[in-house]
Design a protein around this ligand. Structure first.
Ligand code: ADP
Ligand code: MG
Length: 396
């Protein structure tokens, strides 16, 4: 923890309200669910990424916060002040919310400087000029102040859009897939610039993306949505390593699911013993185990029943698809110089030290389901300090 002074300066003091709060926010479009009972709090200065499949409600969420939609139910606060609830609706221009869209939406007939100045009409003229100058410096576009949008590259247009959104000192900036229209080579640089600018200015941001790597690498917290609801909101490591649901496990990175069983704290599946599960000593329960390709090890073994079924060269790594005896498939990343030919018999195991996610139904479980405790106490299996991989071989 930082000192009280430092945290107060950063806006995280105990009395500082969240920069953005949603409580039970619901929006339907006729019979179509936009979002359902969304509850989320974003701290001042925090950058959150919002990710989910197309149509899951990401843009609806941003539009509700910006005031472009009215919620059917729930409450939205910005910097501690209510901007929408059952009896109140604050207009977009009075919300202190900045917006950056995928297509930049710059005014084509205004210069870069005028575009940035657009939302500053409440400032006296002199202050306006100074503010525009500061923002041009911030996004390194001072030399292009008199150009028109069509005279700029995609990345430069994106920087103008960000500067325009930041100019009125919003409490929150919302970015809806801001890099989608940029080509791959430009994207990473513009993304780095954007994040740096938000951090430099201490701006609270919600960034929508459909790119898993972007969500994990940019967000201090990642909010995963599906079908109008939040499935998980947590730090990137938790979302990836401890997904809360089957959907999050499969959406945030590659995952294969195998039927598995926990008996006396030992997790086994088709590939053998996977790990021990501390606290599950008395359990005898069916689960599904989530395996990520980077966790799955392969070793050629003439007597193995699993076979390499396809191989994809990705450059730095080579993705091997392996068909198990049951017909199920698991995937394994191998180093760039390893390529087992299709048909190779391989022993499949889980890399040492992995504590895979276990699912019962669609939800991850970290403790035994209450109806799974069927066995008597097993003193030898209780109280283990860590969940660790104990073996990688199929028991014979
Ligand atoms: P996302 O941005 O995650 O792709 P949206 O928030 O745009 O998703 O949409 C969520 C759902 O609401 C989708 O089913 C979409 O078709 C629907 N929707 C969004 N806007 C409208 C609208 N103006 N009228 C009717 N349905 C809409
Ligand atoms: Mg959208």
């Amino acid at each position: 923890m930082t000192s009280p002074t430092a945290s107060a300066e950063a806006g995280f003091g105990p009395e500082a309200p969240p920069a953005l709060g949603l409580e039970g926010v619901t929006k339907h479009y006729g019979p179509t669910r936009g979002v359902e009972a969304l509850t989320l709090s974003v701290a001042a200065g925090e950058l959150v990424t919002l990710i989910g499949p197309s149509g899951c409600g990401k843009s609806t969420t941003l539009r509700l916060v910006a005031g472009l939609e009215r919620p059917d139910a729930g409450r939205i606060t910005v910097a501690g002040g209510v901007v929408a609830d059952a009896g109140l609706f604050v207009n977009p221009e009075r919300r202190r919310v900045g917006l950056v869209f995928q297509d930049h939406a710059l005014f084509p007939h205004l210069t870069v400087g005028r575009n940035i100045e657009f939302g500053l009409d409440r400032l006296p003229r002199g202050e306006r000029r100074a503010r525009v100058g500061d923002l041009l410096d911030l996004v390194r576009l001072a030399h292009l102040a008199n150009r028109y949008p069509h005279e700029l590259s995609g990345g430069e247009q994106q920087r103008v859009a960000l500067a325009r959104a930041l100019a009125p000192r919003p409490a929150v900036v919302l970015l809806d897939e801001p890099f989608s229209s940029l080509d791959e080579s430009l994207r990473a640089q513009v993304r780095r610039d954007t994040v740096a600018t938000l951090q430099e200015t201490g701006t609270t941001g919600v960034l929508v993306t459909h790119d898993q790597t972007e969500a994990l690498s940019v967000g201090a917290r990642v909010v995963v949505m599906n079908n109008g609801v939040i499935e998980q909101a947590d730090v990137p490591e938790k979302v990836f390593e401890q997904p809360a649901t089957r959907f999050v496990a499969s959406f945030m990175g590659d995952a294969d699911f195998l039927p598995a069983h926990v008996h006396r704290a030992l997790l086994t599946c088709e590939i053998g013993i996977v790990s021990t599960v501390p606290g599950w000593a008395d359990s005898d329960v069916d689960v599904d185990v989530v395996l990520r390709p980077h966790e799955v090890a392969l070793r050629p073994a003439a007597d193995a029943t699993a076979r390499v079924s396809s191989v994809e060269y990705h450059g730095a790594f080579v993705l091997h698809h392996v068909r198990l005896a049951s017909g199920r498939t698991v995937r394994s990343w191998q180093p760039h110089d390893v390529r087992y030919p299709v048909g190779t018999a391989v022993a499949v195991s889980v890399a040492a030290g992995i504590s895979p996610t276990l699912l019962v139904g669609n939800h991850a479980v970290t403790s035994p389901p209450s109806n799974s405790i069927k066995l008597g106490p097993n003193p030898a299996g209780t109280g283990r300090p860590r969940h660790h991989t104990v073996s990688s071989e199929v028991p014979r």
